[in-house]
Design a protein around this ligand. Sequence first.
Ligand code: AMP
Ligand code: ZN
Length: 484
Amino acid sequence: MKLHDTLSRTVRDLRPRDGRTFRFYCCGPTVYGPAHIGNFRTFVLQDVFRRTIELSGVPTRHVRNLTDVDDKTIRDSQAAGQTLVEFTRHWTERFHEDCAKLNLLPPHEEPGAVGHIPQQIALIEALMEKGHAYRSEDGSVYYKVSSFGEYGKLSHLDRRELRLGAAVADDEYEKDSVADFALWKARKPEDGDNWWDSPWGPGRPGWHLECSAMCREYLGETFDLHSGGVDLIFPHHENEIAQSEAATGHPMADHWFHLTHLLVDGGKMSKSLGNFHTLDQIEAAGFTGNDLRYALISAHYRQPLNFVARDKEGKESFPSLAGARQALERIAKFDAALRERFETQQGTVADSTGYDQLRALPEADRGAFAPAFEALLNDLNTPDALGRVFSAIREGKPAELSPDEALREWRGLRFVMEALGLRVPEPDRESAEIPEAVRALAEKRWAARAAKDWATADSLRAELGELGWEMKDGREGYELAPKG
Ligand code: AMP
Ligand code: ZN
């Protein structure tokens, strides 16, 4: 597989350094509220990335952390009158529910910062010993940016922008104020009970530190790939590199994979603009996690994706999701047409095509859907993959396929759907194929009804019922639906 690498700014081949398992780390959520659909753009594309690697035959080791202590989690747990652990547990559970609805594979490890204080302290000690960190008067410890000659290599910062020597305590700061950053934050009254002992006094770890410590713990000194949204390139990932590489003397990761942000109605998402959408809201509007997943992968990860929530009249009707739903229904119909071909003709029951069974599906068995998977191998081009799925559907003629051919095409389609992590929905009941004979009976009944011949209309309704169809009369016309 080929993927763009932020560090070298080139599209490069990916290979596991140990020749077996591809080991990667994704910065996870801060668990102080529901994740928004922008966060999920990042997590969903990271999931498509993992699926693409695994379905191409390479096992992975996927680590994604939970930020369960920082200024925001402490502040909001106090406002909620809960302990930090109770509060973050609640939001972690909610995050997991949303992930399941979006069909995200759970990471192999999901460590939290609070559970890894000793590892973080050990890392600071290593940095102190090598002269990369210093203790300030208040008992905080700072990373000395000027001690790491390669600082700025990921974000390609101009060294002149660095204000070396100044120290900042905030976890998040702007690009123009590059400065020494906190590894350990001395205890403050507003931290309440949320502090730990350390060789430098009581306090808590700085945000950037947890990822360096957990990468080292779960993936080793150098691993295959590190990932997050573009907002993390600076300062977070730059600081992770500075911490890890200064401590170990080795490169932290071979590849850096960053995902461009989601925009909503052409702008940034923010609570004050009222466009801060969560999966809950999307479900309340009648859409599913699957619809959202489709919408989120419809643009390339290096392009901004504009999620259209409001229609032209300004009503929040989620046009992006309506489009996604239509596309999924079209796929479902094609899937059903293929299935019908091999199930009815041969009595073949479709064998299991779950994710694990499809892992080793050879390229020759992917039929017309092979090119769609190729698009994913080429810098995770999800819109191109979807385009190729629809080309195969447009050109496919299920009715002309032998049962064996239909089965192969069906597996190919399911293989690509697994790679994209999309579920094939049940075909829409209203638009399900209606047999000619049923349609003819319905027309007869509609004519009888128009002529007020109620007896005939009733007996035709009964006949339709026997065939398993229900006719719903409207003022202008009727609808046919399979009986529920
Ligand atoms: P956070 O919970 O803020 O630490 O963010 C979790 C992940 O979501 C990180 O990888 C962020 O870079 C990413 N992220 C935050 N906002 C957006 C957005 N609007 N679009 C895409 N990814 C985002
Ligand atoms: Zn991180």
